[in-house]
Ligand binder design. Sequence first.
Ligand code: SAH
Length: 344
Amino acid sequence: MIDIKSMDLAELTAYVQSLGQPAFRAGQVFQWLHRGVRSFEEMSNLPKALREQLAAECRLVPPEVERKQVSALDGTVKYLWRLSDGNCIETVLMRYKHGNTVCISSQVGCRMGCAFCASTLAGRVRDLTAGEMVDQVLFTQLDSGAPISNIVLMGIGEPLDNWESVMRFLTLVNHPKGLNIGMRHISLSTCGLVEKIDKLADLRLQLTLSVSLHAPDDETRSRIMPVNRSVGVERLFASCRRYFDQTGRRISYEYAMIDGVNDHDWQADLLARHLKGTPGHVNLIPLNEVKESPLRPSRRVAEFQKRLERQGITVTVRRKLGGDIDASCGQLRRKQMLEDEKPH
Ligand code: SAH
């Protein structure tokens, strides 16, 4: 079956023309797809024969809501979607003053192995298609009624480990006939795949890049993030500087505060030294406890923040949204996986 949802407009045009249809039909189909229709039958301005032909050749299976949790505290909604092949992924809707933001997954599971993260515990199952990423935005918007203005690629998976589909996804959601979300309203978070960061820099998109740093020294970072073992912090910062030089976009460094691991004063000082040459800001994240991990949240967040600020670094502390609904990524899927495994 053809993955029509992942096609860009040029590919769709070639495809409808191959079916003997005029090019303008592609624009119609594209618009329907990116409005979130559940079947070709709904594409009411297409000839019936074309709708039938599309239905025979193409796959169009929207994700189903497997679980949905709404935070009583702040209206954050967490979706656990069941995909057409039975796998589950998570999407989170966050309501901010500046607009509704959807945090989407890029892979089923993850192979990066970060010690504090629930998404990677069972490894990576597969990459998501571009269409499956678009669907997370579309069906979150349709189900919640909240118009989405911002997207963050910060859910399950490492987006730069699924390069092609993620680039395709960016093209699709950015398209005026699609969701039409500007690059400046999209953030991509990576654990630091440096070659891919370099490749991304060369594209000069106006995308916001978040780098999950979590430690400023190789010993600590390699301990909690295996990706660091072959690369190192120096090389990562070199890629970050290059990204800024190429795009003019400041990088946001994510730093989950872990008790006794990365919350020492000397680490704040080292972090500040690294950042002196690299415009960007630090986002301190209170660690979300993962049952399977011995790592605990730091009690020094405020002190660490002040120490960075005294050295001229811009620091924000992530406000905890959806704390009552397992909103941190990977946890809900994990719960469901354990339940799916149980004999019924
Ligand atoms: N693979 C990408 C995006 C997914 S993770 C990346 O590494 O950036 C999204 C963010 O949540 C990352 O910054 C990640 O390091 C962080 N994170 C993962 N588990 C966490 C936890 N238990 N507590 C706090 N932050 C966590």
